[in-house]
Design a protein around this ligand. Sequence first.
Ligand SMILES: C[S@@+](CC[C@H](N)C(=O)[O-])C[C@H]1O[C@@H](n2cnc3c(N)ncnc32)[C@H](O)[C@@H]1O
Length: 318
Amino acid sequence: MQKKKKIIAVGISKLLYFTLKELPTVDFECLLDNSYADDSYEGIPVRKYDVLKQEKLENVVFYIFAVSNHSINIIQDRLSGYGVLADQIFLYSDLFKESFENKIHKLFGSDIAQSRYKFAKTATLNSKLTVQTTICGSWLFLESLNNTKDVAGDIAEVGCFEGGNAFLALRSGIVPENKKFFLFDSFEGFPALSEFDPIKHKQGDLKTVLDLDEIKGTFKKFPNVKIIPGFVPGTFSQIDDDSKFSLVFFDCDLYQPACDTLDFFWSKLSKGGLFLLHDYFYEPGGFSGVKKAVDEFSKLKNIESFPIWETTMVVLRK
Ligand SMILES: C[S@@+](CC[C@H](N)C(=O)[O-])C[C@H]1O[C@@H](n2cnc3c(N)ncnc32)[C@H](O)[C@@H]1O
C-alpha cells in the first residue's frame, strides 16, 4: 500500500490562517517559515528550512501559502535548493480550488472556465509585476469581467498598486475594448489610517516602488486604461457625473477608503453589476476596516453579500 504523504505548509500568511480555520481536516505535519519568531502557529510546529536536511523528502509534499507572486517564486527556488522536486510542490489554490469553485458556481452559474483558472495561475506566477490579489482572487476578477461583459458601464480598480492585477486581466483578453478601465491609486501608499485599521500599519505604507511613468508605460498598449493618480475620494471628481460602471474592484485595504468607494460607486453600478472588495476576511492584526465598512453599508442599503474566504473578498451584486 502506498504510504500517505506528509504535508508541509510553507510561508505563514492570511491564506494559511483561513485554510486552517475553514479546512480543519487538512493535516499539516509542520510549517516552514524562516522569518517567523515563534515555534508554533495556530498549534502547528513551525520549523526553519534547514529541517529539510534531515527529512526523507520522498514522503513529503509542500503547499506554498505566500500571497505575492514574487514570494511564491522565491519559496519554490528555495525548496528546489533542498532537493524538493517540482511534482512535490503545490500552491494554496490547489488545496481550496474546489470549495472556491463551488461558491463561484453558485454566484455565476455554469459559465465559469478552467482556462481562466489556468491563466490566473500561470499569469500570476510569471508576472514581472507584483500581483497581490491571490490566484483565486484574480480568477474571481476574470470571472466577474466575463459575467458583466454585457452589463452597461465601465470598470474601476480602486487601489491598483503597480497594476499587477489589472495588467493580468487586460492580458487575458477578457476586458471589452469598449469599456474604460479606471485605475485609481495614490501611488504614495496609504493615507492616514482610521481607528478601525490595524495599528501595525501607517501612512505611506505600500508606496509603489515603480514610479508613475513606469506604471503608465505598462499600460501604454491599452488605450481604454485611464490611470488616475491621487488619493480617493478626492480623485473621484474626475469621473463624469452620468457615468455607469459594470464592475468595481476595491483593494485599498482600509476603512475610510472602503466607505468612500462604496458611497461613490454603488449608485453608479448598473443593474447586474458587481462590486468586489478585497480584505473582507482578515487574520488577527490584519486589515479589519474593510469588513466593517462593507457590513455597515450593506446593512444600511439592504444588500446581499457573497463572502468568498478563498480570495479574502466579498462580492456585492446590484
Ligand atoms: C494592496 S495594494 C493594491 C494591490 C493591487 N490591487 C493588486 O492586486 O496588485 C493597496 C493600494 O491601495 C492604495 N491606497 C490605499 N488607500 C488609498 C487612497 N485613499 N487613495 C488612493 N490609493 C489608496 C495604496 O497606495 C496601495 O497601492
